[in-house]
Design a protein around this ligand. Structure first.
Ligand code: ADP
Ligand code: MG
Ligand code: MG
Length: 893
C-alpha cells in the first residue's frame, strides 16, 4: 500500500507493482530481493520525492532525515559506514523512472570513495589497482553526470595514459598509472567547475541524488518522452545500492543476459560477459565482451547459479526478462531485471511460446503484443533474389529494410531528412546525443556494440531498423566516410541499404518485397517449418485469439471490388465506407462537368441519366464482392469544384485559345463555373447533404443506382446488405428531406423490379451539431457512422489540410498534445461528443447501429476508445484491418 508520507523504501519493502512510485528498476530490485535472489542491499527514493523537488525546486523537508535513517540501517547491515576511511561502504546512485529513458542521468558507481577511503579500500580488498580504478571511475562518472564536465576530457586523459604506457586496454594500467589518472581527473574537475572533487561521501551521495532528479528535465529526456508519448510529470525514482565489484580481477566480472533470444524468442543462452570490469563497460562497448556461454568455462558455479536464477525469473515474471549481473570474486549478484524489450516478431513468437509452456493464457498473450508491432511486421523486406553488393554484416538489432543516404552525424541526419532525403545514420556507436538523428533516420548502422548497445536498445524501442556492431566497417566520422574490409570507401551521400533482420549491409539501393505476414493475410502463405513461417504461425494464432474475444466488428473503407476483395482476405466484416466520389473520376469527370454546366433541367437530367448505369455497375461489383456482408455507401460528399479542372490550368487554356482564335466555348463555361463554385472555405461549404438538397436529382440518381444494383444482385440469388449513408448532416430536417426522397425512389425500383429491397438509411455524425442533437437525428437514421476526421476538424476548428504543415510541430513540441488528434482520437473533446452521441442515439433507437469510419478506425489507441464507448464496428483502410482486429481483441480481452 502506498504511503504518501514515505519518500524512501528499502529494497525489502517494495515490489514489482510499485513501478509508479519506485520506478521500474527500484520495483524490480525489490521484487528480486523478496524472491530471495542475491541483490546487494539498498533503498529507493520515490518518484513522489522527485515530483516535489521538480515542482518546488527543493527536496521535501522530510527526505533528508529519511535518507539518513535508511543509510544508517544500510551501514549497520553492511557493518561499515559510507566512505569510512579504513573500510568504506560504497554505493551506486542509479536513476530509474517508470519507463527506462535514454537521455536521463544513468548511474554513478563507487560513491563514498575519497583520497582517504581509496587507501582503505585498497587494503581491505588487498588490491591496490582495483581501488584506484574504482576511484578514477567515480571521478569520471560523477564529473560527467553530476558536475556536467565534458566526458571526452576524461576519456582523452585515459587514452593519454594508455598511450604513454603503450597499452591498448585500461586493464593494462596498474595502480601507479591509475593514481596518476586520478590526479589528472581531479585537475580536470577543478579546472572545469572551479571546485575540488567533493571528498565528503554524504555530499557526493546527495549531489548525485539531486542530479538524478534534475536529469528528468534534460532536453534529451524530454525529446524521448515526446517520441514515446511518456507523460512529462511522472518523475524518476533514485536507487541507492551498495556496491559489488566486478573489477576485482579475473575471477570477477559483469554481464547482461536475456532469458531467451529477444530476436526469435528461442530458448538458449543469450548475453555478454566481461571479465574484470564494472557494469558500464559492457554497455559502452569499451572492451570486447565474450558470449555469455563462455562464462560456463570461466566460472561454472556462478554460471549454473545464473541459469537457475534466469529460470526463476522467467517463471516468476512469465515473460522474457533481461538482467544485469556482476560476479565479485566468484560470488554472483543480481543488479537489475526487467521484462525485456523485443522485436515485433519475437513478441508474437514469445507470446505463443509462453501459452504453450502453460505460463500465460490467451487473453494474456493478447496483452503481450500490440497493433503497432503487427503493423511493423507488415513492412516490406529486401528482395532475396535481388543482385546486391554486400559490404558488411553486423548484428540484426532491430528488424526492417532501410534504404537511404549515408550520413555520419546526427546533425546532418536531421538536416537532410528535413529536406526530404532518406538517410541512414552511421556511427561507430551511438549515445544519447544521437537521439534526434536516430529519429530522423530510416535506419541506424553502427560498427561497434552488441544487442544491448545503446543503438540497438533505442532503435528497438522506436521500431526503427538497426544493424549494430558491423565490425569490419571502419567508420570515420570526422572525414564523413566509412571503409569496408576490402578498402572500398562509402562517402557521405552514398546510398546504402541495411537489413535489420539479418544484419547485412549493402551498397546501393536494394529492392524490397512484401513481408511474409502480408503474404499470409493475402492467403499466399501458410504455416510451415522455416523461419518466416514460424512467425506466420504465431501471428495466425494470436489473430485467432483476438477474433475470438473481440466485440467490435471490423469493416473496411473500400470503393471498388479489388479493395473489397483484399479487405475480405484481411478479415473485413463488411464495408464501413464506400466513397462514391471515387466513382466519378477519370473518364467520368466529363459527366460531372456536364452536370455542373447544365443550364436546363433537361441537360441536367441527361447528365445524371448518363451517370446512372456507370454507378450501378460499380455497385453491382461491390455488392458481389461483399456478398452477405454489410456495405455502407456514402452519397456524394466533396465540393463539386473538386471535379473541375484546376483554375490556373483552365485560365491558361482559355487565354491560349483566345489568342489563337480557336473555339473555346466549353472551357470558358467551365472557367465561369469554377469561379461560380469557388468558396473561401470549401470544407465548410456546399458539400455533403447540402449538395443533395441543392442539386435536384443528384442523390436520387445515386439512390436509384444503389437500389437497382441491389435488386439485380437479389435476382442473381445474391445477398446484398446495403446501408445508404448521408454525409455532413447537421440537423434532422436535412436528413428527413433526403430520406423521404430516397424512400420514394426505392419504392419505385421495388415496384418496377418486383424485388423486395431492405436498404438501411443512416447518417454520418461528423459535425458538432449532429453529435449534440444525435437524439433527434436518430429518429430518422437507422445507423450512425462517426466521421471522426471531419468531427475533429470542426470540433477543434483545425483545417486538416493545413495544420500539419503550419503549427502542429510547434504544438507537439510544446506538449499541447502528444500526438496529432487526426491520428489518435482526442478522447476528452471529440471523444466526449462521440460518447454522448452514442448514448443519445441509443436512447432514441435502441437497435441503432453505430460505427466509425476514417483514419481513427485503424489507430490502436482509438480502437480501444471505440470499444470502450460501445460502438458496434470500426472501419479502416484494408491494410490496417489486421491491426484493428488485433486491437479490438486486446481491448476486449
Ligand atoms: P542503466 O539504467 O544505464 O543500466 P544502472 O543503474 O543499471 O544504469 O547502472 C549502470 C551499470 O552499473 C549497470 O551495468 C549496473 O549493473 C552497474 N551497477 C549499478 N549499481 C551497481 C552496484 N551497486 N554494484 C555494481 N554495479 C552496479
Ligand atoms: Mg540508463
Ligand atoms: Mg541497468
Amino acid at each position: 500500500e502506498i504511503n504518501d508520507q514515505k519518500f524512501v523504501y528499502d529494497f525489502t519493502e517494495g515490489n514489482r507493482d510499485l513501478k509508479d512510485l519506485l520506478g521500474g528498476k527500484g520495483a524490480n530490485l525489490a521484487e528480486m530481493t523478496n524472491l530471495g535472489l542475491p541483490v546487494p542491499p539498498g533503498f529507493t527514493i520515490t518518484t513522489e520525492a522527485c515530483k516535489v523537488y521538480l515542482e518546488s525546486g527543493s527536496e521535501p523537508v522530510e527526505l533528508r532525515d529519511e535518507v539518513s535513517a535508511h543509510l544508517d540501517a544500510l551501514e549497520q547491515q553492511m557493518g561499515k559506514k559510507l566512505g569510512q576511511a579504513d573500510d568504506p561502504l560504497l554505493v551506486s546512485v542509479r536513476s530509474g523512472a517508470k519507463f527506462s529513458m535514454p537521455g536521463m542521468m544513468d548511474t554513478v558507481l563507487n560513491i563514498g570513495l575519497s583520497d582517504a577511503s581509496v587507501v582503505g579500500l585498497a587494503g581491505q580488498a588487498d588490491n591496490e589497482r582495483f581501488a584506484w580504478d574504482s576511484y578514477r571511475r567515480l571521478i569520471q562518472m560523477f564529473g560527467k553526470t553530476v558536475l556536467g564536465v565534458e566526458g571526452e576530457l576524461f576519456e582523452d586523459a585515459l587514452d593519454e595514459a594508455k598511450a604513454a604506457k603503450k597499452v591498448a586496454s585500461d586493464t593494462d594500467l596498474d595502480a601507479a598509472d591509475l593514481k596518476k589518472v586520478v590526479e589528472h581527473f581531479k585537475k580536470i574537475v577543478k579546472a572545469e567547475t572551479g571546485r575540488d572533487f567533493p571528498q565528503d561521501p554524504r555530499e557526493q551521495m546527495d549531489l548525485a541524488i539531486e542530479a538524478v532528479f534534475n536529469s528528468w528535465n534534460t532536453d534529451r529526456a524530454k525529446l524521448y518522452r515526446r517520441q514515446e508519448r511518456i507523460p512529462g510529470d511522472l518523475g524518476t525514482a533514485v536507487n541507492v545500492c551498495s556496491m559489488v565489484f566486478g573489477n576485482l580481477g579475473p575471477d570477477s566480472g559483469t554481464g547482461v543476459a536475456f532469458t531467451r533470444d529477444p530476436a526469435s524468442g528461442h530458448a538458449g543462452v543469450y548475453g555478454d560477459y566481461l571479465q574484470n570490469a564494472q557494469g558500464e563497460d559492457v554497455v559502452a562497448g569499451i572492451r570486447n565482451t565474450v558470449p555469455l556461454a563462455d562464462l560456463e568455462s570461466i566460472d561454472k558455479t556462478s554460471y549454473d547459479q545464473l541459469m537457475h536464477i534466469m529460470n526463476t525469473l522467467e517463471t516468476h515474471y512469465k515473460d522474457l526478462c533481461d538482467i544485469e549481473f556482476t560476479i565479485e570474486r566468484g560470488q554472483l549478484w543480481m543488479l537489475q531485471t526487467r521484462v525485456g524489450k523485443r522485436t515485433a516478431g519475437a513478441a508474437f513468437r514469445i507470446a505463443t511460446q509462453l501459452v504453450d509452456q502453460g505460463l500465460i493464457d490467451e487473453a494474456e498473450a493478447l496483452q503481450r503484443v500490440t497493433g503497432a508491432q503487427l503493423a511493423q511486421l507488415m513492412f516490406p523486406k529486401f528482395d532475396e533474389d535481388a543482385k546486391v553488393e554486400q559490404i558488411g554484416r553486423g548484428i540484426a538489432a532491430s528488424p526492417g529494410a532501410a534504404v537511404g543516404k549515408a550520413v555520419f552525424d546526427s546533425y546532418t541526419a536531421v538536416k537532410w531528412s528535413r529536406s526530404g532525403e532518406k538517410v541512414i545514420l552511421i556511427r561507430r556507436e551511438t549515445n544519447p546525443d544521437d537521439l534526434d538523428g536516430m529519429i530522423a533516420a530510416e535506419g541506424i548502422l553502427t560498427s561497434r556494440g552488441g544487442k544491448t548497445s545503446h543503438a540497438a536498445v533505442v532503435a528497438r524501442g522506436m521500431g526503427k531498423t538497426c544493424v549494430c556492431g558491423a565490425e569490419e566497417l571502419e567508420v570515420d566520422t570526422k572525414r564523413r566516410r566509412m571503409t569496408t574490409a576490402d578498402g572500398q570507401v562509402v562517402e557521405e551521400g552514398d546510398v546504402v541499404s541495411i537489413d535489420g533482420s539479418t544484419g547485412k549491409v549493402y551498397l546501393g539501393e536494394v529492392p524490397v518485397v512484401p513481408s511474409p505476414v502480408v503474404e499470409y493475410f493475402e492467403g499466399r502463405m501458410h504455416a510451415g517449418a522455416d523461419d518466416a513461417d514460424e512467425l506466420v504461425a504465431a501471428v495466425h494464432r494470436i489473430m485467432a485469439y483476438a477474433d475470438r474475444v473481440r466485440r467490435l466488428r471490423v469493416r473496411a473503407n473500400a470503393d471498388n471490388a479489388e479493395d473489397a476483395n483484399r479487405a475480405r482476405r484481411f478479415g473485413a466484416q463488411g464495408i464501413g465506407l464506400c466513397r462514391t466520389e471515387h466513382m466519378f473520376l477519370g473518364e467520368r469527370r466529363q459527366f460531372v462537368e456536364r452536370l455542373i454546366l447544365a443550364d436546363t433541367d433537361v441537360e441536367r437530367d441527361d447528365a445524371l441519366e448518363a451517370l446512372l448505369p456507370l454507378q450501378k455497375t460499380d455497385f453491382v461489383e461491390l455488392f458481389e464482392a461483399m456478398d452477405g456482408l454489410p456495405v455502407t455507401v456514402r452519397l456524394l460528399d466533396p465540393p463539386l469544384h473538386e471535379f473541375l479542372p484546376d483554375i490556373t490550368e483552365l485560365s491558361v487554356r482559355v487565354a491560349l485559345a483566345e489568342s489563337r482564335k480557336e473555339p473555346h466555348e466549353n472551357d470558358l463555361r467551365l472557367l465561369q463555373a469554377v469561379h461560380r463554385l469557388h468558396e473561401q472555405n470549401p470544407m465548410l461549404g456546399l458539400r455533403g447533404v447540402r449538395l443533395g438538397l441543392v442539386i435536384p436529382g443528384l442523390f436520387t440518381m445515386q439512390v436509384r443506382a444503389i437500389a437497382e444494383a441491389a435488386a439485380q444482385r437479389i435476382d442473381a440469388k445474391g445477398d446484398p446488405r446495403v446501408e445508404i449513408m448521408i454525409p455532413l448532416v447537421g440537423t434532422v430536417q436535412e436528413l428527413e428531406i433526403v430520406r423521404e426522397e430516397a424512400e420514394q425512389v426505392i419504392a419505385e425500383v421495388q415496384a418496377r423490379t418486383g424485388v423486395e429491397l431492405k436498404l438501411a438509411l443512416g447518417t454520418m455524425i461528423e459535425l458538432p451539431r449532429a453529435a449534440v442533437t444525435a437524439g433527434q437525428i436518430a429518429e430518422a437514421a437507422e445507423f450512425f457512422s462517426f466521421g471522426t476526421n471531419d468531427l475533429t476538424q470542426t470540433v477543434w476548428g483545425f483545417s486538416r489540410d493545413d495544420v500539419e504543415a503550419s503549427f502542429f510541430t510547434a504544438y507537439l513540441e510544446k506538449g499541447i498534445f502528444g500526438v496529432s488528434p487526426f491520428e489518435t482520437i482526442d478522447k476528452d473533446g471529440v471523444g466526449a461528443l462521440v460518447r454522448s452521441a452514442v448514448q443519445a442515439g441509443r436512447a432514441t433507437r435502441p437497435d441503432i447501429k453505430l460505427g466509425v469510419c476514417g483514419e481513427h478506425g485503424g489507430d490502436p489507441e482509438s480502437v480501444h476508445f471505440f470499444h470502450e464507448v460501445g460502438l458496434d464496428y470500426v472501419s479502416c483502410s484494408p491494410f490496417r484491418i489486421p491491426v484493428a482486429r488485433l486491437e479490438a481483441g486486446r481491448a476486449a480481452a
